[in-house]
Structure formats: C-alpha cells, structure tokens
Design a protein. Structure first.
Length: 313
C-alpha cells in the first residue's frame, strides 16, 4: 500500500505521499505548525485540508509524527520510555479523525538524564528510525546527532533508542542574537553572510574557544562576543558566526563527552538533518578531531515507512 506521512512540527507541517516501495512521490509543506493551531481538532483538520485536501481520497494509511501528538497538538499522546524501537512507538499510537478518515498519531520518546531530569523528543525518533532504515549497519550501535532548534544526541543499541540528550543550541542563538546586548553589534543577516573567509574563520574561532577554554563557562565566554567586537578583533558582520561557533562548540564538547560516557566512543557518529546546518556541525566536529562525519538528510519519510510496516498498516 502507499502511505501518506505527516511530519508535523511546532512551526511547519510537511506532508509526504509515499509510493508502494516507500519512495517519496510528492512533498508539500506549510507554516501550519502545531503551535499555531491552539490544540483544536478542527484547526488541525482545516490545516490538513488546506495543504492536501486532494489526498483525502487516495488509498493507504495516514501516519503522523512530531508535535501533532503533544500537549498543544491534535491529541496528546504519552511518551514512550527508552529503550524503544518502532514496535514500541506503534503500540502507543492512536487514531484521530480527518473527515471520516483515520490519521494515526505517533508518540515521542522520554528518557532520564544522569542528573535525574526527564529528557523528551517528538519527531526526532522517526528521523532516527529512518536513518536505521537507510543505513542498517547503524542499528547495532551508533551515536546519531540531529542539529536544530533543540539538538538531539541519540544513543542507538541493538536497534533501539536507549537514551538521548538535548541541547537548546539553535534557540539560544536566536534569543541571544535578537534579544540580548550581544546582538546590538551585529548587522541584520544577509543570505551570503556566512560564505566569506572571515566568517568561516570567526565560526572556527568560536568553536575553538569552546573546545579549549570551555571550562571558563558559557556565560563568561558569551561576553567575549561583545568584547571582541568592541575591541575590533572580530568585524561586526562576523560576530554572529563567532556566536554560532561558540554555542555549537559548547554543544559538541558536551555531546562528545556524553557519547564517551555512554560507551559509544568507538561507535559510528552520524549527523541527521538539513544539509547546510549539518555541514556546520561537521565543520565543528572536525576541530574536535572527528573529521568527515557522514550526513544523512531527510530521513523522516524512511522512518514513517518503517513505522507503517511495523504497525502492519
């Protein structure tokens, strides 16, 4: 059977029409993210109609992952506890109604950090399963990094997600640039701002500062974004790159330490996500000695296909 897959995040809705072999036949997206729809079922139905009303009559199941199953989603689903695999997620899935047609919602994942606090993900688990579908050798043991607003570092062992850790790197960058004193020296972003040699070096300098002097603490090092600009050491157009490198560098420092503590120091390391952002993480990882880290992009369709197979849909 073909499949309609929905990757429904907080800010974006991505709808995929998959063929009988799991191939992506058509991809559409809109800005009707779950956080914009106030948790009202009728608004989720309307958002789906606005994007793919013509798909309603097509054959096959409809499977949805992401924030659509959150507290402010179409319907809230409990998290599945780690360790978890595709069968775990499908057991906790449930249907909602799209004008007489069922839409199967998937739960997210939950684990407990070393500090005893809960850690959560919704949507990234489907990307992880898609990566295992595309590269089955990773299922035995791997560390998978999913950069983003809230970056995830996932531990895979025996085909199951056994734990993960979250870093709010992307959101911190946006908040600090837009709403802190650090952003006052930075000009408005332009499309080619990150492509200059000086910008490249500023990013590397930020990563190296986190790598070599991270013990000084991120709050202390953040002020250097301002002081380096005021001292003329880094030009204003490149300060955002230095800030990005500093934040990503601290994430990499902590994430690689978590990877080693999790017993995955020798296990494969992979990046999953949008190619341009993953390229920046690969650039930073190279400065930490992890050169040529492979990137897997757009693994959500493969993950949804694997889940549909597991659930007998």
């Amino acid at each position: 059977m073909p499949l309609i897959g929905l990757d429904w995040g907080s800010t974006r809705l991505r709808a995929m029409r998959l063929g009988a072999g799991g191939e992506v036949l058509e991809l559409r997206e809109s800005g009707a993210g779950a956080s914009t729809l106030h948790g009202r079922a009728d608004e989720f139905v309307a958002a789906l109609d606005a994007l793919v009303a013509d798909w309603h009559a097509l054959p096959g199941p409809v499977l949805a992952c992401g924030m659509v199953g959150s507290q402010h989603g179409w319907r809230e689903l409990p998290y599945a506890d780690c360790p978890a695999d595709a069968s775990t997620l499908m057991r906790l899935s449930l249907n909602v109604d799209w004008r007489g047609r069922p839409v199967r919602l998937l739960p997210g994942l939950r684990c407990t950090t070393a500090a005893g606090a809960p850690d959560l993900m919704r949507g990234e688990e489907t990307q992880v399963l898609g990566a295992l579908q595309q590269a089955p050798a990773l299922a035995e043991q791997a560390c998978l990094v999913l950069p983003g607003t809230h970056s995830k570092w996932a531990r895979v062992q025996g085909g199951r997600v056994t734990g993960f850790t979250t870093q709010m790197t992307g959101e911190l960058f946006a908040v600090l640039r837009q709403h802190s004193v650090l952003g006052r020296l930075m000009p408005a972003p332009t499309q080619d701002a990150r492509e200059t040699r000086d910008a490249h070096e500023a990013f590397n300098e930020g990563v190296a500062a986190a790598r070599d002097h991270g013990d000084a603490g991120l709050p202390h090092q953040l002020f250097s974004v301002r002081s380096l600009g005021l001292a003329g050491r880094i030009a204003p157009p490149d300060l955002a790159e230095y800030l990005s490198g500093l934040l990503i560098g601290h994430e990499l420092r902590a994430g690689l330490a978590w990877r080693a503590q999790s017993g995955l120091g020798a296990a494969p390391l992979r990046l999953i996500g949008e190619p341009a952002l993953c390229a920046r993480y690969a650039q930073g990882l190279a400065l930490f000695g992890a050169a040529d880290t492979p990137v897997l992009s757009n693994t959500a369709p493969a993950g949804l296909w694997r889940l549909a197979q597991e659930g007998g849909l």
